[in-house]
Design a protein around this ligand. Structure first.
Ligand SMILES: Cc1ncc(COP(=O)(O)O)c(C=O)c1O
Length: 367
């Protein structure tokens, strides 16, 4: 347990007690409330809690705003303006043993600069606290956030690039600031487990709306895979029992929950209409290519993620470029150039194949 860190923005007294009782290595203190609560619990237990103080460095890591955690306006960590007060308070508490500092700036960060800026910021702060309060930085956690490759067409830097940038930066900054080198801690999450599995769904109802869209619903959705509904993360899918077949049909993979926004993948080309019982695997793709500025990022969120060009062997045909927007209301579902069916207009009912399995309709074919 001594190698376990315990971060979190709303730890309860029970959780902190359990952490102390079970010998969790470092409690990553997130806020003043937690600091006082932990001090009280440790005092009652006549023990000292080894902690890291989580500071938000206010750096923009150029990733989707829902997965940024180290900005000025964040629910995580001590804000920049209160960092000194936090350090002074923690250092004054006999039951709190401040081992070092911590930051975690976000996820899917494909550049090294945000870490470099954060390291510079945090080590400068450590040097200032050393001067003012005699603080010794024994440990520094730079969090996780190393981008991983979700799709063949979105490569990310190898882990060695991050390792080189982080270590060389810590070493050079410490030399510059005349600080002893702290123990460097990293917290990769998805970089360790992201490749470990896929979500397997079973296709159920196929609903073809002639001239509009073909929905294939699966036995899961936003309850187990929240990110597409939450912030437009895109997924890839294959049909597990039709791996060798050509992708000829454009379908939208819907979840089974009672929200129109419960759509896992919009307009993906898959082998001929997925019939009830077909299994699909999905792996998450980053919300969008990392835009280069906050404005770009906001624009990217606003516009809706377009399917990217795809050169995988199991997907054929030209990439679909039909724009779409995050489905908030049903009207959003109408692709451009295809008006929704006006009231009073009768549309043909889709054909059902004789075996009742394939809900074949010309409109679900290649568009
Ligand atoms: C404090 C902390 N460290 C590390 C991670 C792991 O992040 P990632 O999976 O992006 O590496 C997270 C993810 O939320 C986190 O909150």
């Amino acid at each position: 347990m001594d190698r376990v860190g315990f971060p979190g923005n709303n730890k309860s007294a029970e959780e902190l007690t359990l952490a102390l009782d079970s010998g969790v290595g470092r409690i990553v203190v997130d806020n003043f409330h937690e600091l006082e609560m932990l001090g009280k619990i440790a005092r009652a237990k006549k023990t000292r809690a080894d902690v890291l103080l989580r500071i938000t460095p206010g750096v923009d890591p150029h990733t989707h705003k829902f997965i940024i955690t180290g900005s000025i306006d964040s629910k995580f960590g001590f804000p920049m303006v209160l960092r000194e007060e936090a350090a002074a308070r923690a250092l004054s508490m006999p039951e709190i043993n401040v081992m070092g500092l911590h930051f975690h700036i976000g996820s899917q960060i494909a550049e090294t600069e945000p870490w470099e800026q954060s390291i510079e910021f945090i080590l400068n702060f450590a040097a200032e606290m050393k001067q003012k309060h005699g603080f010794e930085l024994k440990e520094l956690s730079v969090g996780g956030g190393y981008a991983i490759q979700y799709t063949v067409d979105a490569p990310v830097p190898p882990i060695s690039v991050y390792a080189e940038a982080l270590t060389s930066n810590v070493i050079s900054q410490c030399q510059k600031l005349k600080l002893a080198q702290p123990k460097l801690i990293i917290e990769p999450g998805r970089a360790i487990v992201g490749q470990a599995g896929v979500a397997l769904y079973t296709a159920g109802v196929a609903k073809d709306i002639p001239g509009i869209r073909c929905y294939v619903s699966v036995d899961g959705g936003m309850a187990d895979n929240i990110r597409p509904a939450l912030y437009g993360a895109t997924l890839e899918a294959v049909v597990a029992n039709k791996m060798g077949e050509n992708d000829t049909d454009k379908v939208t993979i819907a979840g089974k929950f009672c929200e129109s926004g419960d759509v896992l993948i919009r307009d993906i080309m898959l082998p001929p209409i997925v019939a009830a019982g077909d299994s699909q695997t999905a792996s998450e793709r980053a919300p969008d290519a990392a835009p280069s500025s906050v404005d770009d990022r906001d624009a990217a969120e606003e516009r809706q993620v377009q399917p990217e060009a795809d050169n995988r062997s199991f997907r054929s045909g030209p990439p679909d470029t039909t724009p779409y927007t995050r489905p908030a209301v049903p009207e959003d579902y109408a692709p451009q150039g295809k008006p929704a069916i006006p009231p009073g207009v009768t549309v043909p009912v889709p054909n059902e194949s004789p075996d009742g399995k394939n809900f074949g309709n010309p409109d679900c074919g290649a568009n």
